[in-house]
Ligand binder design. Structure first.
Ligand SMILES: *Cc1c(COP(=O)(O)O)cnc(C)c1O
Length: 433
């Protein structure tokens, strides 16, 4: 399989380069040259396949010869060692729960598969790989947990000082070993700018490879398509899928599964008040903006990085895009009200992100009374007890895997904002000077 650069389709690389570079030097996103179409027999067997079995079969098409099949199998078995759960909410609505991994959010799927790929590639060329990550909170924990102890790979996570929760900070800054947390005296945008600058300008010689692990890495997107195959294969009801969207990676992965031949009826892009995409879908005008803060904070994105990939899957044709995807947005009041109502009506506890997806599905089903569908729950409600508990007036259990992080001694490096600071830190640590 070859991957082309969305900014310059003539530039093509193999899977290994697409993964290890993350993004091309002109900041173009890598995209599979063709989306692999699975055979009818694969879809016939789907109801009996486990997530890992799906991952091995579909993953092989994306990886090609760059990872031998026994290694890919090992990567998938290790990455997906936690359950994916489908539940029925009512006769027209099912939920796909993606929060049973170590950090209780769906980013575990992408981060763990990517870590497996990095580990394989890093162990085969003798270079030390240094992964730089900028996070506003959620991604950092998933990356840290996935890369902890991976041979040959160091992870350096930058986050805005004082702007992440204690739980999020502890997930990044208490692990130690090959994980370094840097607290930047600035904003998330400063962190992202520092990582981008250093990645594009710093010379590190041939012993050290600098790369990124943000959600634009294709190795995070590919594994997210696996659980859509699983969901549709195990769904009792209809095939409308509603995805709570921020940077639009998760819904892009759903569209990839659709292009692979999966029987999906329609996609719903559900957002909070960061509504660039729903507005684009109704007006045809894409107007990026600054991000606004909401209670579904992992979706507070003003200019979704993966959106160009999503539209590419529909040949960038507005008519095709809108016949495949509907977009709806909801404000915090509506999200809160829905968490309360759904708990009363069904006993199911939504987190603020999943609530947005549930609302999006409901809206679409109101307009299409003959259909039914699946909404995606991307985080455990126990990660947002401060928001959820007052609404449902009962306690939400904190997932086992997170309890240990509620306390803990953080060890972070404090850094002023600016790419020179980060470059100096790396130069002295790896003596590349
Ligand atoms: C990252 C995240 C999202 C948004 O996913 P995208 O792929 O960026 O659209 C939704 N919910 C949760 C809990 C997240 O962490």
């Amino acid at each position: 399989m070859r991957y082309y650069n969305l900014k310059d389709p003539r530039l093509k690389v193999g899977f290994r380069d697409a993964v290890m570079r993350g993004i091309s030097s002109d900041m173009g996103l890598f995209m599979p040259e063709t989306i692999p179409v699975m055979e009818p027999q694969f879809f016939e067997r789907l109801p009996e396949l486990s997530l890992t079995e799906i991952a091995i079969e579909v993953g092989a098409r994306y990886v090609g010869n760059d990872i031998p099949s026994a290694e890919l199998e090992r990567i998938c078995v290790e990455a997906f060692d936690f359950p994916v759960v489908m539940r029925e909410i009512d006769s027209r609505k099912q939920v796909l729960e993606l929060f049973h991994g170590p950090t209780a959010a769906f980013k575990d799927f992408g981060a763990r598969f990517m870590a497996g790929c990095f580990s394989y590639f890093a162990s085969h060329d003798g270079m030390r790989t240094v992964v730089l990550v900028a996070t506003s909170g959620d991604t950092g924990g998933a990356i840290a947990s996935s890369f902890l102890g991976v041979e040959g790979v160091d992870v350096i996570i930058l986050y805005p000082s004082g702007k992440v929760s204690t739980l999020q900070e502890n997930q990044m800054a208490t692990l130690g070993h090959n994980i370094t947390a840097i607290e930047v005296e600035g904003t998330f945008d400063d962190c992202q700018g520092m990582v981008k600058d250093v990645l594009t300008t710093m010379e590190t010689g041939n012993r050290i490879r600098l790369t990124s692990a943000n959600s634009i890495n294709i190795a995070r997107l590919i594994p997210q398509s696996f659980y859509y195959h699983y969901a549709v294969g195990h769904a009792g009801c209809g095939k409308v899928i509603s995805v709570p969207s921020g940077n639009f990676g998760n819904i892009t992965a759903a569209a990839m599964a659709w292009r692979s031949g999966l029987d999906i009826d329609h996609l719903v892009a559900a957002t909070n008040i960061n509504k660039v995409v729903p507005e684009y879908l109704s007006s045809g005008v894409y107007a990026a903006s600054v991000s606004l803060q909401t209670i579904a904070s992992a979706m507070d994105v003003g200019n979704p990085g993966n959106f160009p990939r999503l539209t590419r899957l529909f040949e960038d044709d507005f008519r095709r895009i809108t016949s495949g995807i509907s977009g709806y947005w909801f404000d915090d009041t509506r999200i809160r009200e829905h968490i309360r109502q759904e708990f009363r009506r069904t006993g199911y506890i939504l987190d603020p992100h999943g609530a947005v997806a549930s609302l999006g599905l409901e809206r679409y089903l109101e307009e299409h009374p003959e259909k039914s569908g699946i909404f995606v729950e991307t985080a455990h409600p126990g990660k947002f007890t401060g928001t959820v508990e007052p609404l449902i007036e009962t306690n939400v259990e904190i997932p086992e895997s997170l309890r240990g992080f509620l306390e803990g001694q953080k060890e972070s490096v404090i850094m002023k904002s600016g790419s020179d600071q980060l470059a100096d830190f790396l130069a002295s640590r790896y003596s590349t000077g």
